[in-house]
Ligand binder design. Structure first.
Ligand SMILES: [Zn+2]
Length: 385
């Protein structure tokens, strides 16, 4: 199957290519041409009609969608949630589990191992958000499941499950250095989160292998006063370390626009990824949360007792639109932070995260108002939501 996309403004690693075209052969990009001439033997021509054509979004922190949660652990739940987000422009995904029991992690990872074997599913790894967190920074994580770092547990899970590619923990906990070193030795991304880490904890964590920060700004400490002295928090320590990448929930609510712009200016496109952190209720028609501890207000999920934000109902198309229309970030930078940077963080930039020859044909289209108008995932045209 040979498909050619013509008449788009194509975002390539070299910048915008106007009046160019993309040739897709089956699931791969065969060529990016600097002209719109139909190639010989094309089975299908897609006319982008002047739309922005950018790499498909890669969401590396997302709990579910379309009414399904990855903690359900079944293939059906995984595939439905992934499909729901795909209709919103997410062409590759790292399904996220909140702090879970060992059994639940084991079951979900077994499902993810199987589904990851088929590249068409677009899964780039399972993301474990917990359970080794600081109970004081639990947020929406279930406090009764948060526990001490357990080497027997994490070694066993990582050894048995190829799909586990990212694991978040609070680096002030005992055993975090060994944990970071172990994850790094296995090629698993170690990310710091739900934490009250001091700058010294962050430095130590970085040396041991932690090089990413989970939903930056959320569930971590910031500049504050203790007694008569001021202290830098986790946020400032992460800002101050060029080796640590960040991910920002880009719904315009979890992180205020000014703070989002600060991360963009200070960390920059190469070190900042956009995420949704979306719950099951995202990308669905429901206006009610599925977990009775959570309610939806103002386009975001909050704990029913109003003590904390509990996760988002964002989708990656909305995130890109918020970045461009509310934060004033150029589309080329917003799109890269939604594709290239997360691909690099997860170690899949060799096959995803940009529109260039040989990569997976994961491509999305936006109109001039930054509304999603088309999705191609692994060369297949997907109906948009
Ligand atoms: Zn999360």
């Amino acid at each position: 199957m040979l498909t050619q996309i013509i008449n788009g403004k194509i975002l390539t690693p070299q910048g915008w290519l106007n009046d160019g075209s993309i040739v897709i052969e089956d699931s791969k990009i065969r060529d990016v041409l600097n002209n719109n001439r139909p190639i010989a033997g094309a089975d299908k021509i897609i006319d982008a009609k002047g739309a922005y054509v950018v790499p498909g979004a890669i969401d590396i922190h997302v709990h579910g969608g379309g009414g399904r949660d990855f903690m359900e652990t079944t293939e059906e739940a995984f595939l439905e949630a992934i499909a729901a987000h795909r209709r919103h422009g997410t062409t590759a995904i790292a399904p996220t589990l909140s702090s879970s029991t060992n059994k639940m992690i084991d079951d979900a990872a077994a499902t993810c191992d199987r589904l990851m074997a088929d590249p068409e599913n677009g899964i780039i790894g399972l993301h474990l958000e917990g359970p080794y967190f600081n109970p004081k920074k639990a947020g929406a994580q279930m406090p009764e499941i948060i526990r001490a770092i357990n080497p027997d547990e994490y070694r066993d899970l990582v050894e048995r499950h190829n799909s586990i590619r990212r694991w978040d923990a609070a680096p002030e906990l005992a055993g975090s250095e060994e944990f970071g070193q172990y994850l790094r030795s296995k090629g698993v991304v170690a990310s710091l989160g739900h934490t009250a880490a001091t700058p010294e904890d962050v430095d130590r964590a970085y040396k041991s292998g932690f090089n990413h920060a989970t939903h930056f700004y959320n569930a971590m400490t910031q500049y504050h006063k203790e007694g008569i002295y001021s202290h830098a928090g986790t946020v400032e320590a992460v800002y101050d370390n060029d080796g640590i990448t960040v991910e920002v929930i880009g719904d315009g609510i979890h992180v205020p626009i000014r703070a989002l712009r600060m991360a963009y200016k200070f960390k920059g496109v190469e070190r900042m990824a956009f995420i949704t952190d979306a719950l099951a209720v995202a990308a669905s028609d429901s206006t009610k949360a599925f977990d009775e501890r959570v309610t939806i207000e103002n386009g975001v999920c909050i704990l029913s007792d109003h003590s904390a934000i509990a996760g988002s109902i964002a989708t990656m198309d909305r995130v890109i639109k918020v970045a461009v229309t509310q934060a004033g970030i150029p589309l080329e930078d917003a799109a890269r932070m939604a594709s290239e940077t997360p691909a690099k963080i997860m170690g899949v930039y060799d096959r995803k995260g940009s529109i260039e020859r040989g990569k997976d044909a994961d491509i999305i289209f936006f109109d001039k108002d930054i509304n999603l108008t088309g999705v191609i995932q692994m060369g297949r045209e997907i109906e948009t939501a």
